[in-house]
Design a binder for this molecule. Structure first.
Ligand SMILES: [Zn+2]
Ligand SMILES: [Zn+2]
Length: 88
């Protein structure tokens, strides 16, 4: 039986280095619960996955975040960093 890898955190950084809390992730343009027009800011979406052997992977994607609802629109993979021992 395989143990699952665990996503331990997700965050969004804009091009100026500001960090935003991610409240949702989407591959497509999303419909919202309320009727606001998304206010997207460009940046990078980071997803940290802890592996069962104690290492981890941080995947960075080109992305946009809506500053109003915190929904990230995930684009193409930008880079992946793999750590033998998680330093985070
Ligand atoms: Zn929004
Ligand atoms: Zn880590």
């Amino acid at each position: 039986m395989l143990e699952k890898e665990e996503v331990t955190f997700e965050e969004f950084l804009d091009l100026e280095g500001n960090v935003y809390k991610v409240k949702g992730v989407s591959q497509d343009k999303v419909m919202t619960m309320d009727s606001h027009t998304h206010n997207y800011v460009k940046g990078y979406f980071k997803r940290h996955t802890l592996k069962t052997d104690g290492g981890c992977v941080v995947a960075t994607y080109n992305a946009q975040i809506c500053t109003i609802c915190g929904t990230v629109l995930v684009g193409t993979l930008y880079s992946t960093s793999t750590y033998t021992v998680c330093p985070h």
